[in-house]
Design a protein. Structure first.
Length: 219
């Protein structure tokens, strides 16, 4: 599949936090993209997201030409990242509570794949329509799906940041993987909840509609 891809990446601690616990990587050749949002005290969140992104990047680059399927490549990269964070926790007891989300998109062969753990999101913007592709791995997301609370209640629920899955856990049991259908002109947005907590989906859709320039849209 021949596909020309333009991309940009930005991160900002915002006005509330003194430190930024997000990490991201855009492959210079446009083969894969990663966003991770860390959590944990003693700079643990910042370290967890850094470890995750670097481990995933290194594994994908080292095994890109291997016969391993794209699905297995993504899953193994995330498992390796989880193992690397757990190893760092053992070496640094002050960071034992650290963890991170991760969301990824991979362009390989004739297919586009996406994978995620946690509540960092992948959006697809086609025409003038914004679609949330990934589902949050959070308690409130599960509660909405089961009908215990409404989507509106979930937006302000005090447990909305409580993750049901993240990297940095021995009991990691859910890595969401799927192919992604891409059309010419589509735009993909990978982001942490630092964006979605401050800017709702309707505003994100408006910003993308009003800005063809990727850097301006990111700002």
């Amino acid at each position: 599949m021949l596909m020309k891809c333009r991309f940009t990446g930005q991160t900002d601690p915002g006005l509330v936090r003194s430190a930024n616990q997000d990490s991201y990587y855009c492959d210079p050749d446009g083969r894969f993209f990663i966003v991770a949002d860390g959590m944990g005290g003693h700079a643990g969140g910042e370290e967890a997201s850094r470890i995750a992104v670097e481990t995933i990047q290194q594994y994908l680059e080292a095994n890109w030409e291997s016969p391993e399927s794209s699905e297995d490549l993504l899953e193994t990269a995330l498992i390796k990242a989880n193992e690397a964070i757990l190893a760092d926790q053992l070496d640094n007891p002050a960071r034992q509570d650290m963890g991170t989300t991760a969301v990824m998109v991979l362009f390989r062969g004739d297919h586009v794949w996406r994978a995620h753990v946690g509540d960092s999101r992948l959006y697809s913007f086609r025409g003038d329509t914004l679609i949330q592709v990934t589902g949050d791995h959070t308690w409130v997301s599960q509660a909405v799906q089961s009908g215990d609370i409404t989507a509106e209640q979930a937006k302000v629920h005090p447990w909305r940041h409580v993750l049901s899955q993240c990297l940095g856990r021995k009991d990691l049991s859910l890595i969401d993987l799927a192919t992604l259908e891409i059309h010419s002109g589509d735009r993909l947005l990978l982001c942490s909840d630092g964006l979605t907590e401050e800017v709702d989906d309707s505003e994100i859709q408006f910003i993308l509609s009003a800005n063809d320039d990727l850097d301006q849209a990111g700002e």
